[in-house]
Structures are given as C-alpha cells and as structure tokens.
Write a protein that binds this ligand. Structure first.
Ligand code: SF4
Length: 436
C-alpha cells in the first residue's frame, strides 16, 4: 500500500485537486501533486522531485534493482532507454521469466509476422512464473500462434481495400484512419494489424507518404475527423508528432484529431510534461488508450493518464476481449472501475479480430454479451463500454447488446431490465404491432 505523491510537475502543473486514486489496492494521493497555492511563493532552488517529474512504484523499483541494477531511476524513466532496451530475444526474456517450453519454442522458432518486443517497464508487470497469467499471455508468444484456423485472414477488416493512398484507411464518410507508423514499444500477440506492424522498414515514417496522405485529407472536405494510429503514434518523437498535428490542424475541414495508443499502459514514461504541453496546443484532441487488464492500472499508468487528462485531453479506452485474460465480469468490472478513477472513460470492448493464429485468444460472442449484461445496470453507465464486432470484410464496427427489448404487445414495448424483470412502455406513437 502506497500513499504518496507520484510526481511533481514542472512544465505544467496538474489541476489543483485531482483526487485520491485507488489502483490495484494501492491508494495514491494526487492531491499534493503540485503544491500550487494562491499565495506568492519565494523563489527557491528546485528540489530533485521537481526536476524529475516521475516516481517509480515499489514494484518497478524492485524489478529495476533486481534485473537492471546498473540503471538509475533517471534512465528507467527515460522513454528512449525503455525503447532501446525493449526485450526482443529469448535469452533476455529467460533471464526475467521462467519460460514454459511452449513460450521458449515460440521465441526460438518465431517466424510469424509479428515480432516480439516488451518494454522493461511492462516486463516488470509480468508474472515471472505463471505462463498463463493475463499480461504475460498478451505479449509473450506461444506456439498456438502457428495454428491457423477457418475464417482467419491477414487483413480481416479488409483495410487494404479501403486504402486510397498508403497509410490512409477511408471507410466511414466523415473520418479517416491515418496509419502514421508501423512501430510499437510492445507488441500485442493479438494485434489486428500484425500484417504490417514491426517491420522496421519505416514503411509509414516516410515524408513522401505522409505528404500524400495529408494531401488526400486536404482534398476530401467531408473528412472532419482524423484518427492517428499505426503502430503507436506516441512512439514517435515530439517533433514528428507535432509536425503531423500542425499540418492536420491547419486543414480547415478537420475538426477533430484523435490518437490511438497503448503507450500509457506499456510505456507510461513517454507521457512527459513536454509531450502534454505540446499536445494541448492541438485541441480538440482526443486519445483512445488500449487497455487490456486491471493489472495494467499501475501508479505509473495512473500518473500518465492524469497528466494527459489535466492537459484537457478527453481519454477513452479500447479493450480487446481475450479468452482467459479478461473474459469475465469481475475482471472487466475491476478494469472499467479502475479506468474511471484515472479519468479514462471505457469506450469500446472489441470482439477479437480473426487474424491468423488468434484462435487461442478468441471468445464466443456470447461471452461479450454476458459481460455487458453483467455491467449494465450493475454499475455506473459511464463504466460500460460499447461491445462491437469489427465486421470481417470491411463492414465496420457493429454494436452488440444483450436483448433488452423483447418485443411489442398491444402497443406496449416489452423491456427486460438488468435484473431480468419485464416492464411495459406505452409506445403509443409507434405503429401498433405485437410480438411475432
Ligand atoms: S499497441 Fe496496438 S498496434 Fe501495437 S501491437 Fe498492440 S494492438 Fe497492435
């Protein structure tokens, strides 16, 4: 149990009172983050905490001292260090985790499309012994990835067919997906874009391709919303990201920019005061954070999300439903409740896309419906994400709901509530019809 200030802002103090946040049974007092007062304060030398705007959690501190004893906390909190030292080979991983035969085989004979990369920070969250633990299954490959089953496709969402120029997917009328990089700090084994991610060929970070993509957006005045994704846009430098944001913001018909990222969960050190100071120049800017399991909701991730929220950036979450990882109501309830505490609104729960080798991750649709039913009505509506299937073949996101509307009877709509009780609503203005 820890109850202490996580960081002191230098460049951009957070709000005066950001609250007491409970995460993973730890209570973090964010109230004393800034010490801002309305009283004039005497100039004083900056403390080490003010100069160093992060504080590592006990868990990552113990991990760092055990596996990276030569590394200072300053280096540990340098996101470039985390990226440079991402774990990519079996020897390094075996130094940290007791690898199962299955994991070792998969690491040694890995020939699949998606490479392995795990930031040291995220490695600190993995269970060192249990290969079946949630976070470990998300990032350590197993041989099941080689098992290709019916219905799986390299590009299950048919994004390539909706790509008028490289890097742009234009599926819906008023918005585009802009794939700005093919890199992530940590690769999720169930990644929908495993066909293009992690090739290290700079496929998308190419000024000529970016210019063509931006020209496409400029020439399509119906595009009012641009979602930057990849790969993970927040693995790019502040300068590259700002160049893109500035170009997009200068297009008159672009009303909204969104960023899709897993960085706050896998590389929270990236959310620096300098980054948030830059991002907040490009409002309205929204961020969707890919979160999988409550074990990701660490003090470090809390601090990263609160820093983004204090910069005025609305935060939503996106979660992929994964078999044996988060496919039960209690795990999902812990996740969505924890997210609300760090000011992230649960947004989408995705049915796992059928990429090759994903059958060990996929659940029946009934599981997703059961989870929504277990949340809706049982907890605050803000905590309940929309459960969607991204339709294979390019049909887009289709929301699924448990059956709450049973049908009509004598002009009344019959409705089932969260407790299973049936109620009637006098649907007088609708065309009269009965249950068939
Ligand atoms: S962070 Fe997103 S893009 Fe990167 S590997 Fe995970 S799912 Fe794929």
């Amino acid at each position: 149990m820890e109850n202490e200030t996580l960081f002191a802002e230098e460049a951009e103090p957070p709000g005066r009172k950001t609250g007491l946040v409970k995460c993973q049974n730890e209570v973090i007092d964010f109230f004393s983050l800034n010490g801002i007062t309305s009283q004039p304060v005497l100039a004083k030398r900056k403390t080490e905490r003010e100069l160093f705007p992060f504080k590592d959690s006990p868990r990552s501190r113990i991990f760092r001292k055990r596996f990276y004893p030569e590394i200072t906390r300053f280096e540990w909190y340098d996101w470039h260090w985390q990226l440079r030292n991402a774990i990519r080979d079996v020897e390094t991983l075996a130094r940290i985790l007791q690898l199962s035969d299955n994991e070792r085989q998969a690491m040694m004979h890995h020939t699949g499309a998606l490479p392995v990369s795990i930031t040291p920070y995220y490695a600190s969250l993995l269970d060192t012994r249990d290969a079946s633990s949630a976070l470990r299954r998300c990032v350590v490959p197993v041989v099941d990835e080689c098992l290709h089953t019916a219905g799986e496709e390299e590009d299950p969402l048919n994004e390539d067919a909706d790509s008028p120029v490289p890097g742009i997917v234009h599926r819906y009328p008023d918005r585009v997906l802009f794939l700005v990089t093919d890199s992530c700090s940590t690769y999720c084994r169930y990644c929908t874009r495993s066909r293009i991610i992690g090739r290290s060929n700079q496929h998308y970070i190419n000024m000529e391709k970016w210019e063509k993509a931006i020209a496409y957006i400029e020439n399509n005045p119906n595009v009012r919303d641009v979602l930057l994704s990849g790969g993970d846009p927040l693995t790019m430098s502040d300068e590259k990201l700002e160049w893109l944001l500035a170009r997009l913001k200068s297009i008159p018909h672009v009303e909204l920019i969104r960023i899709g990222t897993k960085v706050p969960a896998v590389l929270p050190q990236r959310i620096t005061p300098a980054l948030t100071a830059m991002l907040k120049k490009y409002h309205p800017l929204w961020i969707s954070i890919h979160v999988t399991h409550p074990d990701e909701l660490t003090p470090e991730m809390s601090a990263a999300c609160i820093r983004l929220a204090d910069a005025g950036i609305p935060l939503g979450s996106q979660t992929v439903l994964l078999s044996g990882i988060n496919d039960n109501v209690s795990t999902m309830a812990r996740l969505v409740h924890g997210l609300l505490q760090i000011r992230v609104r649960p947004y989408y729960l995705y049915q796992c896309d059928p990429i090759p080798g994903s059958s060990h991750f996929r659940t029946p649709i009934s599981k997703g419906l059961e989870i929504i039913q277990g949340l809706r009505g049982h907890t605050t509506g803000y905590a309940v994400p929309t459960y969607v299937v991204d339709a294979p073949g390019g049909g887009g996101k289709i929301p699924l709901l448990p059956e709450y509307a049973i049908g009509w009877e004598k002009g009344d709509l019959l409705l089932r509530n969260y407790e299973g009780n049936v109620f009637r609503y006098p649907d007088n203005h609708a065309e009269k019809k009965d249950i068939h």
